[in-house]
Design a protein around this ligand. Sequence first.
Ligand SMILES: [Zn+2]
Length: 259
Amino acid sequence: MARRAFRLLAVTVTAAAVVVVGPGPAQAAPAFKVPFPCGQSWSGQTRTNHSPANAIDFNRTDDQGDPVVASAPGTVDRVTDLGDTSYGKYVRINHGSGYTTYYAHLNGFNVSVGQTVGYGSVIGYVGTTGGSTGPHLHYEQRLDGADIQIRFNGALALYWGTKTYTSDNACSGGNTGSGTVDTAGSPLTVRSGPGTGYSAVGTVADGATVTIYCQTAGTTVTGTYGTSDIWDRIGTDRFVSDAYVYTGYDGYIPSVPRC
Ligand SMILES: [Zn+2]
């Protein structure tokens, strides 16, 4: 048993080391969320003949005029009307580290260039402007200008096909964060305080989504996402090591308070 456990640990450490020292884009993507208000469910379609190929078209019943929200914090750097062609009325948000998101065919705008937006900020309204044949939101995530396969909370969207996506965007007013536990198998121990010296008060399953109310420095832990002294408070007197939680950020989550 001990030997097996050691081998699993070795695999985890190797994978983490590749992420840390490997060449190429090392910046973690923002924790993008579904670009609609908390709790709403939208049908999102990907298709190989879409332009660009990795975009999602979102629909729901009677969606004309429905609010569209920022999928992550950032700065609005385009509010453009291309008339009856292409995107029509569209907004681009710059999230830093080369990441941008596009929201196209809007009926109207609710932001201006240079404006700072956070999770849940309404940026415009669903429409059918530009080269669109019916109301829908055309949504893209790009890295260094090239469209990339879309992820929400780190989870890859369905390629190719149609799937229902339910928004957890700003469900707690934007002052909490969200993370996905990744231990490569075993449950993650929950501690009563921000460190391994605090008593174990429960576990969270591998793959579970946790709400992060605040973050603080504690015991240094090496986990799936490298070495970190950050601990996430996921409930009253309940803390987990951020080294095992995917939040989209290498360090502290900008929108989440310190404990
Ligand atoms: Zn589209």
